[in-house]
Ligand binder design. Structure first.
Ligand code: SAM
Length: 296
């Protein structure tokens, strides 16, 4: 049994009858994908702010981790389709995404919603409008979890193409930058040329640039101003104290341990149990939003 925090994030207001609450299961585990990172919160706020653009759409979230932006998208319209993905061998993270999907099912207003995975029957996949899949950046073929299989499934089972790609805090390790941009380029070029990749990132070094990779992969990018967004750090309040997770399991392990960051994560966890806003501090100011598309 793993230990988890259940957190709720609300968007909109009850007063005008236009509110969504997304419930997330955070795991006390050093894997990056077990926490809601500030970039996820900012991307979700942007999606809520522009919610009309995300209604009736098909959305694919990469490196979804706890999947706050993707889950919010799913809740915006009963006709939305969503694929939440994370690295194929990060089984704990993938299982935890399924846990969070199940926590939010009541918002879907659709009794046919289920969480599908690779073992589901074709019928089950077809009726489900939210999938949780393994998808490792930079892997295109020759694997049951590979990108080409996923895109085929989207086209044949849902009969549609991806409208939005989402990624929050996916540009944190420069060694992955080419893999993620190559994946985006492949999806846009071979599946959905009109789609756009919305990604929030936290500036950790001013020396990092993705321009040469954008050029190499025939992509272009524009920065979207976040100045109109109201970001309320209080939303990081933990609902329930640290508790035993009834659905997760420690039996499944993955290799996301990165020793040098362990201390930071321990400290982040510790702070977030005392006062979650301390863990994020002013970091919201260092978050940027990019829209990446195929070069015209
Ligand atoms: C910093 S976390 C961000 C998680 C989540 N998007 C958020 O903002 O809260 C980075 C995420 O990317 C995933 N990831 C890392 N390397 C990956 C790869 N090569 N392919 C796919 N996902 C990867 C991690 O498992 C993790 O969920």
């Amino acid at each position: 049994m793993g230990t988890s925090n259940i957190k709720s994030f609300s968007f909109g207001s009850k007063d005008d009858g236009n509110e969504r609450t997304i419930t997330i299961n955070e795991l006390l585990d050093p894997s990056y994908g077990c926490y809601v990172w500030p970039s996820a919160f900012v991307l979700a706020e942007y999606i809520w702010y522009k919610r009309r653009d995300f209604q009736g759409k098909a959305v694919l979230e990469l490196g979804a981790g706890t999947s706050l932006p993707g889950l919010l998208c799913t809740s915006l319209s009963p006709t939305n389709h969503t694929v939440l993905t994370d690295r194929s061998n990060f089984l704990l993270v993938l299982q935890n995404i399924k846990n969070s999907v199940l926590l939010n099912i009541p918002f879907f207003h659709d009794t046919t919603d289920t969480v599908s995975d690779y073992n589901d029957s074709e019928n089950e996949k077809r009726k489900s409008r939210i999938w949780v899949r393994g998808l490792t950046w930079g892997e295109f073929a020759n694997d049951k979890d590979c990108l080409s299989v996923l895109l085929d499934d989207i086209e044949t089972l849902w009969g549609r193409k991806i409208d939005w790609l989402l990624g929050s805090d996916t540009f944190y390790d420069p060694k992955d930058f080419e893999d993620i941009l190559g994946t985006i380029s492949y999806i846009l070029a071979y599946h959905s040329p009109e789609a756009k990749f919305l990604t929030t990132y936290q500036e950790r070094s001013s020396k990092r640039s993705i321009q040469y990779l954008l050029d190499k992969w025939n992509l272009e990018c524009r920065q979207i101003s976040l100045s109109e967004l109201r970001v309320d750090l209080e939303k990081y309040t933990i609902d329930d104290d640290t508790q035993q997770n009834q659905i997760g399991s420690n039996d499944v392990s993955d290799d996301t341990h990165i020793d040098q960051t362990k201390d930071n994560l321990e400290s982040k966890k510790h702070h977030s149990q005392i006062n979650p806003s301390m863990a994020y501090g002013n970091s919201i100011e260092s978050i940027f939003l990019l829209e990446i598309s195929l070069k015209q």
